[in-house]
Ligand binder design. Structure first.
Ligand SMILES: [Zn+2]
Length: 101
């Protein structure tokens, strides 16, 4: 990830929850990034979620900073990599973007 993004700011860095402000080295677009891992005490196979939300203004960043992990689901377009317990492989995809736009 370091090759593609520059880390501008760290909001949270706990063992299972990270929040960063990243900037694309190619186009300069800023992204609010969150990594969140649920603890699965039974099987030790923790579901993982990584979310990139494109942000343009400091206001948007402030709103996201205050949002709880599940509240990020309200924001789009966002790029989500999810690895639920039931899955063998993670899936990655855009939410809130029409193909071809
Ligand atoms: Zn870019």
């Amino acid at each position: 990830m370091k090759e593609k993004f520059e880390l501008l700011e760290t909001f949270v860095h706990e063992s299972h929850w990270w929040r960063y402000l990243l900037q694309c080295r190619e186009c300069g677009q800023r992204y609010f990034f969150e990594f969140y891992e649920e603890i699965d005490w039974d099987e030790g196979k923790d579901p993982q979620y990584a979310t990139f939300i494109a942000v343009d203004t400091d206001e948007e960043i402030e709103i996201l900073e205050r949002a709880l992990p599940f509240e990020l689901l309200k924001f789009s377009p966002r790029l989500v990599r999810s690895f639920p317990r039931s899955a063998e492989k993670p899936t990655i995809g855009w939410v809130g973007i029409q193909p071809g736009q």
